[in-house]
Design a protein around this ligand. Structure first.
Ligand code: ADP
Ligand code: MG
Length: 579
């Protein structure tokens, strides 16, 4: 249902008033709020919208599948604190984008999914319209807020509501339903302009109560073995200096969650990353800073957390309902992290007593021992490469290029990279997030490159890469400085499983042996490299990062090296019945 509209319908004759329409109102509403980049896939009924958005100065990046456009929008939101925009066609395109919208919401990333939809009257009577689907109803339970716009004069308000819903409080995903008919609706340009607004203070500061701050500081002061856990909410908040001040003033060891790595450097004197088991088990007071006690932290209980009742939690979070979600929070501090930490740092004064050296010595001795062990393994030059030797090479590269953004997904490729590759700056690590989802790789890489202009290194398991691999064409098309390293071990977890029946079908976890992923990149004009040694891998990555050319390196990893489900094999039920 393409609407023939190549230019603003305001080329008026002398007697007519200038007009605008739904297309232009939406573009103007977004631009007015500094939302200038759209990630999407064109098609009915939003093809012309994409064209017009580009013609009117927006950056419009087309993908090969909506899920990756959506993942890009979500990461754009995470990196900028403005909602990332994803544009899709109706029903199937919408559903493809919805996975990303839902994932963004789960991860507290602000994004807006804008989807065209079919004619309301026909959809609601279920008369079988083109791509018929009640998209609003389907989106609602899967995101933070969902709105439908039926009249062009409501576009300004709808965009304002979508922005506020996405970025205020706990950030998340918002759905905007745009029926095809909306785009063609006209109104006078003057009334149209008057209907648009620039949102004032979209994510207002949320100050914590004084009582809550004093309660938290009293508890922290009483601790013998305190620990701070930094989450990606703290990275998102972009108050990096305050986080540093708080951690350093407190003198408390910190543990970063995956995407909070680099908020303080991994080689910081107070880092407890390499003593994770010890600090989780032994600590008595734990400060959760923009992190949730979900499955990634064993829900704050169980064996890894030591004796039941041995911990008290302080939680600093913007969402009051996060408190007591899994275990009792003795000192909830509700507010945005910047406001919370500025009050807390003020109240700590200049004479805050840091933790007893007994605790600190125990933590740092354990850490230093583990770091030394790890250094040995990652220094090795094995043939074929294993995870340690290949990631050891990448670790040196990231250490030398601290501004580069690391995208990481896979099972073993994820788990090993998380512990081997140190980060030294905030928001430089983007990974599978709260769901442990596969398929974020190329979407995240595109957004990281587009939003920051910095080089991106995407470290991908061969299985993980497959979910978004076609987007390397997108990377080549926009000539983005993305270097993808595929850790090719011929399969999921390992490449060695066999079909016990003797049938010619391979085992369900096994791929084509020795696949030539690098040739895919060459097919689109990028650089493809086949690397079997640590030196080849280092050389190729450094060249890619220097040149900024789209590159894919097929890194051949020992097919025996992985373990089932990486480090979360315990979540994968296994049959005890033989046969
Ligand atoms: P991680 O996976 O790193 O532990 P989560 O995504 O589980 O991090 O948790 C992030 C938490 O941060 C969420 O509970 C969210 O409400 C909170 N959050 C996000 N932004 C802010 C902010 N600006 N201020 C305070 N809390 C925030
Ligand atoms: Mg694999």
């Amino acid at each position: 249902m393409s609407v023939e509209l190549q230019e603003r319908p305001d080329s008026k004759t002398e007697t007519e008033e200038a007009l605008t329409d739904g297309f232009h109102l939406l573009i103007d509403a977004l631009k007015k709020n500094d939302l200038n980049t759209i990630y999407g896939v064109p098609g009915i009924p939003i093809t012309d919208f994409g064209r017009l958005a580009q013609a009117n100065g927006m950056r419009v990046l087309s993908f090969r599948h909506e899920q990756h456009a959506g993942n890009a929008a979500a990461i754009a939101g995470y990196l900028t604190k403005k909602p990332g925009l994803c544009l899709t066609v109706s029903a199937p395109g919408f559903l493809n984008g919805l996975t990303a919208l839902s994932n963004a919401t789960t991860n507290c990333f602000p994004m807006i999914l804008l989807s065209g939809s079919s004619e309301r009257e026909i959809v609601d009577l279920q008369q079988g319209d083109y791509e018929e689907m009640d998209q609003l109803a389907i989106a609602k339970p899967l995101c933070k807020a969902a709105f439908r716009v039926l009249h062009a004069e409501d576009i300004g308000i709808a965009v304002a509501r979508a922005i506020r819903a996405a970025v205020s409080g706990r950030p998340g995903g918002v759905y905007l339903d745009l029926p095809a008919k909306l785009f063609g609706q006209t109104m006078t340009a003057a009334a149209g302009e008057a209907s648009l607004l620039k949102v004032v203070d979209p994510a207002p500061a949320q100050l914590p109560s004084n009582d809550s701050v004093m309660r938290a500081l009293d508890l922290l002061k009483s601790a013998k073995k305190p620990l701070i856990i930094l989450g990606k909410g703290a990275a998102y908040a972009q108050c990096d200096e305050l986080v540093k001040t708080f951690v350093e003033k407190s003198g408390v060891p910190f543990l970063p969650m995956s995407m909070a790595k680099g908020l303080l450097p991994d080689n910081h004197a107070q880092s407890a990353s390499a003593a994770r088991s010890l600090v989780l088990k032994e600590s008595d007071v734990v400060v959760m800073l923009g992190a949730r006690l979900n499955w990634l932290l064993s829900h704050g209980k169980g064996k890894s957390w030591g004796e039941p009742g041995s911990k008290k939690f302080i939680q600093i979070d913007i969402d009051p309902r996060e408190m007591d979600s899994n275990v009792e929070i003795a000192a909830p501090v509700v507010g945005d992290i910047e406001s919370c930490l500025s009050v807390m740092c003020d109240q700590m004064g200049t004479t805050w007593t840091t933790p007893a050296s007994e605790w600190l010595n125990a933590v740092y001795a354990k850490r230093d021992g583990n770091v030394a062990k790890m250094s040995q393994r990652v220094g090795a030059d094995t043939s074929p490469m294993d995870y340690h030797s290949a990631l050891g090479a990448l670790r040196e590269i990231i250490a030398a290029r601290p501004d580069a953004i690391l995208v990481n997904e896979g099972a073993n490729t994820l788990d090993f990279a998380r512990s081997i590759i140190n980060m030294s700056k905030p928001r430089k690590r983007i990974d599978v997030g709260t769901w442990g989802i596969m398929g974020i790789g190329m979407g995240a890489a595109v957004a990281a490159a587009v939003e920051t202009g910095l080089p991106v290194l995407a470290v991908e398991g061969d299985s993980a890469f497959g979910f978004s691999g076609m987007e390397i064409e997108t990377i080549c098309r926009y000539n983005l400085p993305v270097c993808v390293v595929v850790f090719n071990n011929n399969g999921i977890y390992r490449g060695t499983d066999v079909n016990p029946t003797g049938h010619s079908d391979v085992a369900p976890t096994v791929f084509v042996k020795d696949s030539r992923y690098e040739l895919m990149m060459q097919a689109f004009g990028g650089v493809g490299v086949y690397a079997t040694s640590r030196d080849q891998l280092s050389k190729a990555v450094n060249e890619a990062m220097d040149s900024g050319k789209p590159t894919l390196i097929n890194a051949i990893i020992d097919e025996n090296a992985g373990t089932e489900s990486g480090r979360i094999g315990n979540l994968n039920p296994q049959s005890v019945v033989k046969k």
